[in-house]
Design a protein around this ligand. Structure first.
Ligand SMILES: Cc1ncc(COP(=O)(O)O)c(C=O)c1O
Length: 393
């Protein structure tokens, strides 16, 4: 028996994650929604544990009660943002100066796209099923060609990517985990293909961080954009962008404000140093989100990402097996270790509505001929999966 010995909800967790479920029941008590619901829709929005809510409360209390003294409340908020920046960095295998706070995944992606020095005839490559594909007003206005990487049987093959990338490719985009079928990209392989041609790798990791172990330095990603309201369990309206140290200086900030360029009179004073990703932050940060994110990261660090990933993959591996036994057409490639599993379903939206009436929450999508998307987190159990399977059998 593996004993984890962390404290969630003030009670010592004793592990393990098999039959007994003593520990997992204690964890589940931190998530009130789980009292009534089989919640397998973390790829849509994750659940918030009470500790993250306490982070929000702490921020509100501090502001409500602050003493107007020498040190401004903004100083305190900025200090907290610096501390949490360090926590984010160590969570994803980066250094603090490689992290910029943003508002959402899309804002991070646009900072990269708008800050790239395009030349007519450049191209970008992105998967067919990307949530926020790389083709934007900026790429269109700059005469940048879009090349679409198509899947085969639910997989985006690196051998197909190799045929699309050439010396005019500036950015290759990929989601680490696909929001459609959970396909998990091998980032190191994709980075190699991009780098051979001098292109950069831009990753959307919103369906990955908090569910599976990540290390972007190891993988060689150049840019990674993440929103925390799914597997990081909050907040919404605050996100972050990782910019590899070697790419920070060549990426131009696409917007300016007091935070990255202070103007007094006719001259810009005290601009943020060129060699830190903080230069992409131009105004007031979503500080309450920072307080919440501190608690999410603390919670996950207490559990340990080994444990979290193991639980997530146990649930989705088990789901895959049960769907296979039912003879369902599974859209997620076999052996794909990811928090998301999808399967073909006629009338998917209606089925999701029916399941909801029975207090089972998953996503039904009509796209691509109709499919159900099921997504697990560490607080889910095989029992949740059994209830879902029973309801769709
Ligand atoms: C892969 C992926 N990226 C990003 C988002 C959300 O984008 P944003 O944070 O810009 O709202 C989602 C939401 O479902 C997603 O699945």
């Amino acid at each position: 028996m593996r004993r984890l010995g962390f404290t969630a909800s003030g009670i010592k967790y004793e592990g393990p994650q098999d039959g007994g479920m003593v520990g997992i029941e204690e964890i589940r008590r931190d998530f009130p929604v789980l009292r009534d619901w089989v919640y397998l829709d973390n790829a849509f929005v994750g659940l918030m544990p009470r500790q993250v809510r306490e982070g929000y409360d702490r921020w509100a209390d501090e502001w409500f009660n602050f003493e107007v003294g020498n040190r401004t409340i903004l100083d305190g908020w900025l200090e907290k943002a610096g501390l949490v920046r360090g926590m984010i960095a160590s969570f994803i295998g980066a250094s603090p100066r490689e992290i910029a706070y943003t508002m959402c995944t899309g804002s991070g992606l646009n900072i990269v796209i708008n800050g790239t020095d395009w030349r007519e005839g450049d191209n970008v490559v992105f998967p067919e099923w990307e949530h926020n594909p790389l083709e934007t007003h900026t790429t269109r206005q700059n005469g940048v060609e879009s090349r679409v990487w198509r899947p085969r049987d639910g997989r985006f093959e690196v051998s197909d990517l190799e045929k699309l990338v050439d010396d005019r490719t500036r950015l290759v985009q990929v989601s680490q985990v696909s929001y459609v079928n959970g396909f998990r990209a091998d980032l190191a392989e994709v980075a190699d293909v991009a780098h051979v041609h001098g292109a950069k790798l831009l990753v959307d990791a919103t369906q990955a961080v908090g569910a599976i172990k990540v290390d972007y330095k190891r993988d060689g990603a150049d840019y990674v954009s993440v929103a925390p309201y799914k597997y990081l369990m909050g907040p919404a309206g605050l996100a972050f962008l990782y910019v590899d140290s070697e790419s920070i200086e060549e990426l131009t900030p696409d917007r300016t404000g007091w935070k990255n360029q202070i103007w007094e009179g006719a001259h810009a004073e005290a601009p943020t140093p060129e060699d830190t990703a903080e230069k992409f932050e131009y105004g007031t940060i979503n500080f309450q989100g920072v307080y919440a994110l501190e608690e999410s990261l603390k919670y996950l660090n207490r559990l340990g990402m080994d444990y979290v990933e193991k639980r997530v993959l146990d649930d989705t591996g088990y789901l895959f097996k049960r769907l296979d036994e039912l003879g369902r057409e599974i859209w997620t490639p076999e052996g794909n270790e990811s928090p998301v599993v999808s399967f073909a379903q006629e009338g998917a939206v209606k089925l999701a509505e029916r399941l909801k009436k029975g207090k089972i929450k998953v996503t039904g999508r009509e796209a691509h001929g109709g499919h159900m998307r099921v997504s697990a987190h560490f607080y889910n159990t095989r029992g949740d999966v059994d209830k879902l399977i029973e309801a769709i059998s």
